[in-house]
Ligand binder design. Structure first.
Ligand code: A2P
Length: 312
């Protein structure tokens, strides 16, 4: 299944995307082989970011998939990448997307996203001093993003980790409204207000960490280890991961989920053609809530960071 994105000429995006972020970073050969396997398995939507270091792996896997005939043309894929926070100002955006396009060996991406709701004054490893974290100059950075679309370097543009207030500010100045907001979302972090707001404004929501990013440095077992999800999975003969992904889908939200394991890749695509009952949905609606990663844990507990964390 695909979703239609409101603001960007009604382009469509496959509901399930393959994430390519891992920590520690997968070695390039492993990542490339996994992405190739994902294309073979049927994934057509891939999510990367300049800062992940996986753009090159994705680019090489796509070239290989074309050579092997797994796909006939690049246009069969939906590729998302993200503007890193160090380049979040008007005149740095187009050069930044061009660097990503070179890494990916493609002429355009389908979706270009502002990665973080901050600007980082310098490229430094985290945590960083508070002077380095600055508020976004939304007007300036969004003009750069609109330039990417106008130049045909991105078919659609969007944001990530934006609060409702920031989306509201953005809508008031944007000539091209954001097509989507990519945020952490799963049964253990449901973001009901954000979703309601986005729905009212025609902004699509994409979930990252729909499985709680289990096994990564920033994730944990709050989704896959949840008794509520495990009980539903057992009763339905599905896996806990499938219950979580299906729940996200039934909320009208698309998702990027990462697996570099062949069986789990297949499993994660197999969430269509069945549904959750009213009773199961009700249990999931009342799931205990806890956010996975906060910006404060990454950047340090600076005022501007804490403010965004509190609103997300
Ligand atoms: P792996 O790559 O070994 O499959 P998220 O999508 O929330 O970011 O979570 C990604 C993490 O969840 C990865 O560590 C991935 O590990 C693991 N994972 C992905 N799919 C499944 C699944 N179906 N069952 C269990 N773990 C999964």
């Amino acid at each position: 299944p695909e979703v239609t994105l409101n603001s960007c000429d009604g382009i469509t995006m496959p509901v399930i995307g393959m994430g390519t972020s891992s920590y520690p970073r997968a070695d390039p050969e492993t990542a490339k082989a996994a992405i190739l396997e994902a294309i073979k398995t049927g994934y057509r939507h891939f999510d990367t970011a300049f800062i992940y270091g996986s753009e090159q792996d994705l680019g090489e896997a796509i070239a290989e998939a074309l050579r092997l005939g797994f796909i006939n043309s690049r246009s069969e894929l939906f590729i998302t990448t993200k503007l890193w926070a160090s380049f979040a100002e008007r005149d740095l955006v187009v050069p930044a997307i061009k660097a990503s396009l070179r890494n990916l060996h493609v002429e355009y991406v389908d979706m270009y996203i502002i990665h973080w709701p901050f600007k980082l004054k310098e490229v430094k490893s985290t945590p960083v001093e508070k002077e380095i974290v600055q508020p976004l100059d939304l007007k300036s950075v969004w003009e750069g993003m609109e330039g990417c679309k106008r130049l045909g370097l991105a078919r659609a543009i969007g944001v990530s980790n934006f609060t409702c207030n920031m989306l509201q500010d953005l809508l008031s100045i944007a000539k091209i409204p954001p097509a989507l907001n990519q945020v952490e979302m799963n049964p253990a972090w449901q973001l009901k207000n954000m979703r309601k707001f986005c729905k009212a404004k025609g902004i699509h929501v994409t979930a990252f960490s729909p499985l709680g990013a289990s096994g990564t440095k920033w994730g944990d077992d709050r989704v896959l280890g949840s008794d509520v999800l495990q009980d539903i999975a057992k009763a339905k003969g599905k896996t806990t991961a499938q219950i979580s992904l299906r729940w996200v889908y039934e909320q009208g939200v698309s998702m990027v989920t990462k697996s570099y394991n062949k069986d789990r890749m297949k499993q994660n695509l197999d969430i269509f053609g069945w549904s959750l009952t009213e009773e199961e949905l009700d249990k999931l609606t009342h799931h205990p809530q806890r956010k996975g990663v906060t910006f404060a844990s990454v950047l340090g507990a600076h005022d501007i960071v804490l403010q965004i964390d509190a609103q997300l």
